[in-house]
Design a protein around this ligand. Sequence first.
Ligand code: HEC
Length: 103
Amino acid sequence: MIKVLFFIAICSMASFSADSENGAKLYKKCIACHGADGMGKKSQKAPMVAGQFEWYIQEQILNIKTGKRENNNSKKMIPYVKNLSDSDIADLSLYISQLPKRK
Ligand code: HEC
């Protein structure tokens, strides 16, 4: 019984909503290419990501991580995302989606 309750507790923690504070910490590794404000960098061929839909960001990070989205540019990003867990990716996606868009 205790084991079952423990299992339920772990599951509910895993499905707990994304944490943009953790996302902000993780985003530090992305700044070199995407900019602190998420505006991207032409020199790195890194696109603007600020204010993009959360679900879209999440999907792209996953696709780049798994190699589903692969080209000479996206390859540069793999070392930075290959060790991210699903919940880290969710946290990052929430954080990035909340950065203000360029007007
Ligand atoms: C070495 C530079 C570099 C780093 C560091 C980097 N990226 Fe990227 N990122 C890119 C490039 C280049 C692309 C465009 C890939 C393409 O052309 O398909 C990209 C694409 C993306 C996209 C897809 C955007 C779109 O509109 O489809 C997202 C989301 C993204 N990066 C998030 C991140 C996150 C989050 C991190 C940090 C964990 C990160 N990137 C770190 C270079 C980088």
